[in-house]
Write a protein that binds this ligand. Structure first.
Ligand code: HEM
Length: 405
């Protein structure tokens, strides 16, 4: 599946990847120009293929909900050093289409309903309070290592039935997979270790089921009565484990960094904790952590935003650009924590829209509200410009952020 249809006479730009020095939360300045002048524009991706970069909010929603556009072997693979077009493993629902995808999604949905996630809120609060207690026992901490990462990581481990004691190993491997720097052999080894690890857990739950998601998925057959295979269960487990902690951890850490840069907004949010839900939605919009957007593949000829796209061509739905579309979000580059706006695109759109979004919301709401309440003097230990941002990973985030209070 390589793009063999470069459009004659059309200029191909490099994929926009450069965040401005002035603000580490703003996407590449090229997006604003593209939205105005060339909303569907041909770019050369790091993986080597040319793709139509779709930069406006409405066009992105059309792309992500169009059944003629495939997710197969797509995801963020346009950012890899090279694209190998390998088919996804069975169970890797984020890169499957149609009935193959719906079957898995239906089986998974029941774990992530609003009701089920709300029932977890008191437990998420307890985990968060324990992290703050541990921080308060000292005088400084790394907000990523000691707070932002352990909260979603423990929650998803407990949901799935994965021992949290193993977190260092699987966090290291999922970080390799979320980055684009490791060579193919290193990525393959990390993926295999995660698959083997989850595969062993599945085998154990087959013999001895517990009250956890893996055990429930084992006992749940699809509408045709077909149960999930061990391979599907292991792959679903890897996907949920990785997706379940990386993006939320990044959102928590980056949100705190945004509040540090906007102390008056931080004070206003501390004074009005009931507005945390609105604030979290705005932070999701403003930060758009799936920073290089979502790749799709045209299975038929179609038109996107007035541009003809041929079967066999690639498209990228640029989420960070859609979330800064001035026709939908006035003053898009300002983080306005009281903004009431149409739904943002941070969780995607259409059939693959994030299945864990409600869980992510509750984790962010609890984590941020608790930090503001219990650590009123929280501030960065070093100037933010020195912070170690993840500029070359699927998910924008921070590697560490030393803080004092
Ligand atoms: C702030 C945190 C999060 C963000 C920004 C985020 C973002 C996204 C996006 C953009 C997609 C769509 C991908 C596509 O269309 O190709 C997605 C899908 C998915 N996410 Fe999340 N996610 C977050 C948290 C979570 C959590 C907490 C979980 C699980 C516990 C999770 C599990 C998944 C899964 C399994 C899919 C695939 C759904 C499907 O293919 O039907 N995510 N996420």
């Amino acid at each position: 599946m390589t793009n063999t249809h470069p459009v004659p006479g059309t200029e191909t730009r490099d994929f926009p990847v450069t965040r401005p020095d002035s603000c580490p939360f703003d996407p590449d300045a090229a997006y604003a120009r593209l939205r105005a002048d060339e909303p569907v524009s041909l770019v050369r991706c790091p993986a080597g293929m040319d793709a139509w970069l779709v930069s406006r909010y409405q066009d992105i929603r059309s792309v992500l909900s169009d059944p003629r556009l495939s997710s197969r072997a797509a995801g963020s693979n346009h950012m890899l050093p090279s694209y190998d077009g390998r088919d996804p493993l069975p169970g890797f629902m984020i890169q499957l289409d149609g009935e193959e995808h719906t079957r898995l999604r239906r089986l998974m949905m029941r774990e992530f309903t609003v009701r089920r996630v709300e029932a977890l809120r008191p437990h998420i609060q307890k985990i968060t309070d324990e992290r703050v207690d541990a921080m308060l026992a000292g005088t400084s901490a790394d907000l990523v290592r000691d707070f932002a990462l352990p909260i979603p990581s423990r929650v998803i481990c407990e949901m799935l039935g994965v021992p949290y004691a193993d977190h260092l190993a699987f966090q290291r491997d999922s970080e390799v997979l979320m980055g684009f720097e490791a060579d193919e052999a290193t990525r393959d080894a990390a993926a295999r270790r995660l698959e083997d690890y989850l595969g062993e857990l599945v085998e154990r739950r087959l013999v001895e089921p517990r009250d956890d998601m893996l055990s429930r998925l084992i006992s749940r057959a699809d509408e045709t009565g077909r149960p999930l295979t061990v391979q599907e269960l292991a792959t679903l487990g890897v996907l949920t484990l990785a997706a379940g902690h990386e993006s939320t951890a990044s959102m928590i850490a980056l949100s705190v960094a945004v509040l540090f840069r906007n102390p008056e907004r931080m004070a206003a949010l501390r004074a009005a904790p009931a507005s945390i839900e609105t604030a979290v939605e705005e932070l999701l919009r403003y930060l758009s952590v799936i920073q290089f957007g979502l790749l799709r593949y045209a299975t038929e000829d179609l038109t996107v935003g007035g541009t003809e796209v041929k079967a066999g061509e690639w498209l990228v739905a640029a989420l960070p650009s859609g979330n800064r579309d001035e026709s939908v979000f006035p003053g898009p580059d300002t983080v306005d924590l009281e903004r009431r706006a149409p739904t943002h695109l941070a969780f995607g759109f259409g059939p693959h829209q994030c299945i864990g979004q409600q869980l992510a919301r509750v984790e962010m709401q609890v984590a941020l509200a608790t930090l503001l309440r219990r650590l009123p003097g929280l501030r960065p230990a070093r100037p933010l410009v020195q912070a170690d941002f993840k500029l070359n990973d699927i998910v924008h985030g921070l590697r560490s952020m030393p803080v004092v209070w």
